[in-house]
Design a protein around this ligand. Structure first.
Ligand SMILES: NC(=O)c1ccc[n+]([C@@H]2O[C@H](COP(=O)([O-])OP(=O)(O)OC[C@H]3O[C@@H](n4cnc5c(N)ncnc54)[C@H](OP(=O)(O)O)[C@@H]3O)[C@@H](O)[C@H]2O)c1
Length: 308
């Protein structure tokens, strides 16, 4: 499917959002810990995103911690009515920047109040429960206890919609028996496709699939096939990686992260990039053949800092 056939928007809770959104994690300091070197530049990226039509922002109060939410509030409050800010709970940061699980009733309730305060909202539009699993891969285990807490906070009017992150199909099925799930945020990109079946199943159920690390994460994707296709189309490799995701399934919503306005503009322009069938076939082959020519670097093989 090319983007000509792809819808530009997909429902996320009560809004239909543009399929190209923005992930704010890269705006915090190194290791997603502490403030950025240039907070003014970070706020400028956020303003540029929204001015360019982005109406879906991904964040968390554990980015910084508190830093990306505060930057969003400083840059964008009062928010426009159609802006959907999606946050996530389930982790906290140690004094050394470590990522620690935070799933108790008290920790989840505190996280919701922290997000509300730092974003200056009365209700959080969408909250993902981020399961720790195997850091960036899900691991089986019941999610009933923390999800029940989040569903209670939803009933109390503090959360409008609930999503899940870093979860297995069984956990999604368990979650859907507890409350309505509007989105799933898992690790997925051109070279990491464990969720191929899952995302199609979610599409059939009208649930948004939001890949994290759409560009490979802290070490952006590198592949000679990707570079060749990009050269042939006169596009940047990261644009091609995003266009491939847009063409992959209509329920995929993208939240590429960047701290650079130039990269932001490049990424948003991927919405206009049409991939011919032979380009899609070549890109599909990257995963099928692993590392095709020995020069490609698969994002899975590159060590990088951990971050939920
Ligand atoms: N649920 C979860 O567990 C989870 C985990 C990780 C992330 N997330 C969310 O997903 C979002 C996206 O993930 P991510 O930001 O970690 O990774 P990403 O979007 O895959 O890639 C970000 C990296 O790519 C670089 N980049 C961006 N645009 C580029 C371009 N056009 N050309 C070259 N390099 C480019 C960025 O560097 P520059 O800053 O230099 O552009 C940054 O190093 C995050 O912002 C966060 O909101 C969720």
């Amino acid at each position: 499917m090319s983007q000509i056939d792809s819808p530009r928007t997909f429902p996320l809770g009560r809004h239909a959002v543009e399929r190209l959104g923005y992930g704010a994690m890269q705006l915090a300091g190194p290791g997603v810990f502490g403030p950025p070197k240039d907070p003014q530049a970070a706020r400028a990226v956020l303003r540029e995103a929204v001015a360019s039509g982005v109406n879906h922002l991904d964040t968390s109060d554990f980015y910084g911690p508190h830093v990306t939410n505060q930057l969003i509030r400083e840059a964008l409050y009062p928010y426009s009515d159609d802006l959907v800010i999606v946050t996530k709970v389930g982790a906290r940061r140690g004094a050394d920047g470590s990522w620690l699980p935070a799933f108790s009733d008290e920790e989840l309730t505190q996280a919701i109040h922290d997000n509300l305060r730092n974003l200056r909202l009365d209700v959080l539009e969408v909250v993902n429960l981020r399961i720790m699993g195997d850091t960036h891969s899900p691991a089986e285990g019941s999610i009933e206890a923390p999800l029940t807490v989040l569903a209670d906070l939803q009933r109390r009017g503090l959360v409008r919609h609930i999503g899940l992150s870093n979860v297995t199909p069984a956990q999604i099925a368990e979650g859907r028996r507890i409350c309505n799930i509007v989105c799933v945020q898992n690790h997925y990109n051109l070279v990491h496709r464990a969720d191929d079946d899952l995302l199609e199943d979610l599409a059939r159920n009208g649930i948004a699939y939001v890949p994290f690390f759409p560009l490979g994460g802290f070490t952006p994707l590198q592949s000679s096939t990707l570079s060749q296709v990009a050269r042939h189309l006169g596009a940047a490799p990261m644009q091609v990686a995003l266009a491939w995701l847009l063409a992959r399934a209509p329920n995929i919503l993208l939240i590429p992260g960047t701290s650079s306005i130039a990269h932001l503009r490049e990424n948003l322009a991927a919405a206009e990039l049409q991939l011919p069938e032979d380009a899609v076939a070549a890109l599909d082959g990257i995963e099928a053949h692993g590392i095709p020519d020995g020069k490609a670097v698969n994002a899975r093989s590159v060590p990088r800092p951990t971050a939920p």
